[in-house]
Design a protein around this ligand. Structure first.
Ligand code: FES
Length: 163
C-alpha cells in the first residue's frame, strides 16, 4: 500500500462546518471541536486540520499543537471503517479464516493495512463475546454473525460511498 489519499467529501465538509457552528466558531473550544471532528474520521488528516483552522480563523499551527499535545487526538491515518475479524476459538472453528480471506480478496488488502482510499482496514480481534454467532466480524460498531464468504461482497457494498 502506498500513502493514504484522504479526500474530503462534500458531506465531510458540511459535517465539520456544522461542528464548528455548534461551538460558535469559538477557537477557545478547539479541543472539543477537534475531539468531535475526530469522531467523524477516526483521525485528523491535514485536509481536516486546514478546514478547522479556516473555519475558526486560526493558524494551522494552533491546530497541530493541540493535536500533538493531547494523546487521544491523532493525525495518524485510520480507516473510516475498521473491519475486525474475530479469531477466537469458536470463530476459528467455524471458518474465520475463510471470512478473512474473503475480505482480503474483495478489498485487495492485507491485515493491518489501510486501503488506498482510507475506507477500510482489516484487523484481528479476540473473542468479542458473541461465540453463538460465530464466525463474527465487527465493522464500525456493527456486528455481523453466522457469516459465510458469500456474505462479504454484499456487506461491503453497504459501506461503498462512491456510488
Ligand atoms: S470466538 Fe468469536 S465471538 Fe467468541
Amino acid at each position: 500500500m502506498s500513502g493514504l489519499k484522504f479526500t474530503l467529501k462534500d458531506d465531510d465538509i458540511k459535517n465539520v462546518r456544522e461542528i464548528c457552528v455548534s461551538f460558535n466558531h469559538d477557537s477557545e473550544k478547539l479541543l472539543s471541536i477537534l475531539s468531535k471532528v475526530q469522531k467523524l474520521f477516526g483521525f485528523l488528516p491535514p485536509e481536516v486540520q486546514n478546514l478547522v483552522a479556516a473555519e475558526l480563523k486560526i493558524q494551522i499551527s494552533e491546530v497541530l499543537d493541540t493535536i500533538n499535545f493531547y494523546s487521544f487526538l491523532t493525525a495518524k491515518a485510520k480507516a473510516r471503517h475498521p473491519i475486525s475479524i474475530c479469531t477466537g476459538n469458536a470463530c476459528l472453528a467455524r471458518g474465520a479464516d475463510n471470512i478473512l480471506e474473503a475480505f482480503k480478496n474483495e478489498l485487495n488488502l492485507d491485515v493491518d493495512k489501510l486501503s488506498e482510499d482510507g475506507e477500510f482496514s482489516l484487523i484481528y480481534s479476540r473473542c468479542i463475546g458473541a461465540c453463538g454467532l460465530a464466525p463474527v466480524v465487527m465493522i464500525d460498531e456493527e456486528m455481523y454473525g453466522n457469516l459465510t464468504d458469500k456474505d462479504i461482497p454484499s456487506i461491503l457494498r453497504k459501506y461503498n460511498t462512491t456510488d
